[in-house]
Design a protein around this ligand. Structure first.
Ligand SMILES: Nc1nc2c(c(=O)[nH]1)N[C@H]1C(S)=C(S)[C@@H](COP(=O)(O)O)O[C@H]1N2
Ligand SMILES: [Mo]
Length: 431
């Protein structure tokens, strides 16, 4: 298993499977027969950064050693109730019932890291470079962004392209997200479009390339964990922000502090965290996680388990129509009458209708549905449900968007487990 494989197992799992390989990949040192060795400079530096100080006796650490200070409960500081899927890199999702707020609080925003977040960030000296095919390359501090461009606040939905992957059968490798790799926080920043216009977009530009300050898992400073982009037409829409505030406060360190892109409606992998550079290109971007099968799906429908040649994969653009039931919680007890509520969203479109079923999809009732507070925000919906007699019920929700597309019941399977927008089902016991 290579470290740059899309599946990033928990570090302990990784060492359990192939300790020597893990050791080479992770620490960059060659295993030696007495199972001790020197961490190479980069490996030692990475480990020291993770424990927060130098490690005087590092020579005594056996191969495959995971410092106890890296235990999982230390990585979710400032987050509330998230489920940790993986601690290296950190990946954590939010249980649906904790996404009940119209605007997702910072401590409930999911985390999806592909690499190692920067350790020390200084918002005062942070700079963003805009270069490539532009008339005037720019280098802007956060203060420059605030001064030179209109500052706007918008509620914007971010959903990982792999949200729902955990339900694929046959399974797809990668983080086994269930429902909660989605959030809609309020972001404050400047429009990407305004910044690109100031730099002057040259006619040859077709795509953006986004770069951040996080490091590759291998510790190799020449490798990037992820660098994605969007077609220039998408970049010039007016709800993509270069954000320096989240819910009126600082960005959470794991959500990209002090500066990130927020690209609503498209796979959140395009929303570069710890943003340092945006380059405009005259060809489609080819950075890590742009090529091969990353964030790509077959160009045609495939049967579950089908092998698909790599050249038949296309880049995912908009995310599909989807909804979430955030109240009641799955597996909870309710009265005979209960409010039901949640959110719905659909890529760059809006949602026209959300329907609820309490009888396993035989009949449906239409929920009350709000308009989005702004373009790119999810829509809140609610219904009052009265159950005919005590017992077990499932609340199913299905959204239909402005183009008439409705959530499916069954997963549209694809090899890498992207875009699962099947109906959300919540089991309750009414009495
Ligand atoms: N620099 C950087 N940006 C990144 C990532 C990353 O690993 N590094 N992960 C991307 C992916 S795959 C997703 S789904 C979103 C998640 O944003 P969040 O962690 O704030 O929820 O960030 C995106 N931006
Ligand atoms: Mo993602």
């Amino acid at each position: 298993m290579a470290l740059d494989d899309d599946r990033k197992p928990n570090v302990r799992e990784f060492f359990a499977q192939d300790p020597e390989k893990a050791d080479r990949d992770f620490f960059g040192r060659v295993a030696n027969p007495d199972r001790r060795g020197f961490l190479r400079r980069t490996g030692l530096a990475t480990m020291a950064a993770m424990v927060g100080t130098s490690i005087p006796f590092h020579r005594n650490m056996p191969i495959g050693f995971v410092p106890a200070a890296m235990a999982q409960d230390n990585v979710l500081v400032g987050k509330d109730g998230l489920t940790l899927l993986n601690d290296r890199p950190v990946n954590a999702e939010t249980p649906p019932e904790l996404l009940d707020d119209a605007i997702t609080p910072t401590n409930r925003h999911f985390i999806r890291n592909n690499g190692i977040p920067p350790e020390e960030v200084d918002p005062e000296t942070w700079t963003l470079t805009i270069d490539g095919f532009v008339d005037t390359p720019l280098e802007l501090t956060i203060a420059d962004l605030r001064e030179q461009f209109e500052v706007v606040t918008m509620a914007l939905t971010l959903e990982c392209g792999g949200n729902g992957r955990g339900f694929f059968n046959p399974p797809a490798t990668g983080n086994q997200w269930t429902y909660g790799a989605v959030a809609c926080s309020e972001w404050t920043g400047v429009r990407l479009k305004d910044v690109l216009e100031k730099a002057g977009v040259q006619p040859s530009v077709v795509y953006t390339a986004h770069y951040g300050a996080d490091g590759h898992l291998s510790g190799d400073p020449d490798k990037l964990p992820i660098s994605r982009g969007v077609p220039i037409e998408k970049a010039m829409t007016d709800n993509i922000l270069i954000a320096f505030e989240m819910n009126g406060g600082a960005l959470h360190p794991m959500n990209g502090a002090p500066l990130r892109l927020v690209v609503p409606g498209w796979p959140a992998s395009t929303a570069q965290k710890w943003l340092t550079r945006i380059q405009l290109r005259d060809q489609v971007h080819d950075g890590p996680k742009m090529t091969g099968t990353s964030y790509r799906v077959p160009a045609y429908p495939v049967a579950p388990g089908d092998e698909v040649p790599e050249e038949d994969f296309v880049i995912i653009e908009r995310m599909p129509v989807k909804s979430l039931v955030t109240f009641p919680a799955n597996n909870s007890d309710t009265g005979m009458a209960t409010p039901v509520r949640g959110h719905a969203w659909s890529g760059d479109r809006t949602v026209d209708k959300v329907e609820i079923s309490i009888d396993f999809g035989t009949t449906w009732m239409t929920a009350e549905l709000d308009d989005p507070v702004n373009s790119g925000a999810w829509q809140n919906w609610r219904a009052d449900v009265t159950l005919p007699q005590a017992g077990y019920y499932e609340i199913w929700a299905r959204a239909t968007d402005s183009a008439g597309e409705m959530q499916p019941f069954a997963i549209d399977w694809n090899p890498k487990g992207y875009l699962n927008n099947t109906m959300h089902r919540v089991g309750i016991r009414a009495s």
